[in-house]
Design a protein around this ligand. Structure first.
Ligand code: ASP
Length: 322
């Protein structure tokens, strides 16, 4: 009897270890909380493809778009913590806890951390028909037309929302906001002239700027971006207080087993060393975090610091959602 129990326990143990050792033995889903074709989606697709190599499995990008990007994290929080569902998200993980009175996930307690990916500046871009030739003329246009100008964003909690909030406060003007489920669809409307302007990551705007399809009025960074050397910063044109860098991180549901997490961490680190990834990110104005930041500990610390950084600014702006 004793021997039978021992054999059964051993078989169970071997099977459990085997299952973990085999991880991953099927596709992994990377959830993107915004629409396809936008900047978060772009970063996700570059990373997912490269992570597939070290994991020897396909990492499938799944869009779970919603205004503010708040449904993706909730979906991942509630997913089975088995290493087969992960989340890519940006600075919104740090701003939504203050922006939303009722948030159905807690960025600091509901997730395991994989690591920091990259940082991306934003650009103020306007519809092709906009006549203003530079930021000064654009600001004059806004002042004269403040009742009819429209600003596109990806909802409260999006990077474009944060940038818009800072921009409006810097120019002391409230502008009518049109929310989308991601700036991919917002860009389509901007190109079609249905909305006047937006602030979006260079990972999405670079190709449109280079092709001359949108008007560009500045970069939200203290220094110009190498991939867009002709675009001045907002600061050098005299506008202070609207700078913001959008950082991306990778998460898994709380309780994901350590062996699976370790594989995800090293796959992300491998992917970020990949020549194609580095080339693509730099073409899009994204700066990969240094190796010591591509870790669970660094993401957790950064997230906490960013929540603390943005909370007073958001409270001061008086922006809340339910
Ligand atoms: N750029 C968007 C934002 O404003 C999100 C996206 O569509 O990727 O957060």
């Amino acid at each position: 009897m004793k021997r039978l129990c021992l054999t059964a326990a051993l078989a169970f143990f071997t099977a459990a270890v085997g299952a973990q050792q085999q991880y991953p033995n099927r596709n992994i889903s990377m959830i993107v909380p915004f629409a396809a074709g936008g900047p978060t989606d772009t970063v996700a697709r570059v990373l997912a493809q490269a992570m597939g190599k070290p994991l020897a499995q396909t990492v499938i990008v799944e869009n779970r778009p919603s205004a503010g990007g708040i449904l993706g994290p909730e979906q991942v929080k509630n997913a089975k913590p088995d290493g087969y569902t992960i989340l890519i998200h940006h600075i919104g993980m740090a701003t939504t806890p203050t922006l939303y009175r009722k948030l159905r996930y807690d960025p600091l307690n509901d997730f395991e951390y994989i690591g920091l990916i990259n940082e991306v500046p934003m650009t103020i871009v306007a519809k092709p028909q906009m006549q203003a030739k530079n930021l000064q003329e654009f600001l004059e246009y806004i002042k004269k037309n403040k009742d009819k100008v429209t600003y596109a964003n990806a909802g409260i909690g999006a990077a474009s929302h944060l940038c818009g909030m800072l921009f409006m406060s810097a120019i002391q003007t409230d502008i009518l906001t049109v929310p989308y489920k991601g700036t991919g669809p917002a860009m389509n409307d901007l190109l079609g002239g249905q909305v006047d302007f937006m602030c979006d990551q260079t990972t999405s705007t670079t190709s449109q700027i280079k092709a001359g399809k949108v008007k560009v009025y500045g970069i939200t960074a203290p220094k110009r971006v190498e991939s867009l050397p002709e675009v001045p910063t907002l600061q050098e044109q005299g506008l202070k207080g609207a700078d913001v860098a959008i950082w991306h991180g990778l998460y898994a549901p709380k309780g994901t087993p350590k062996p699976a997490l370790d594989k995800l961490v090293s796959a992300m680190q491998e992917a970020l060393k990949d020549e194609n990834v580095r080339k693509r990110f730099s073409e899009l104005g994204a700066v990969t975090f240094p190796a010591d930041k591509q870790t669970p500990q660094a993401l957790q610390a950064h997230l906490k610091a960013e929540i603390e950084k943005w909370a007073p600014l958001i409270k001061k702006a008086g922006q809340y959602a339910d």
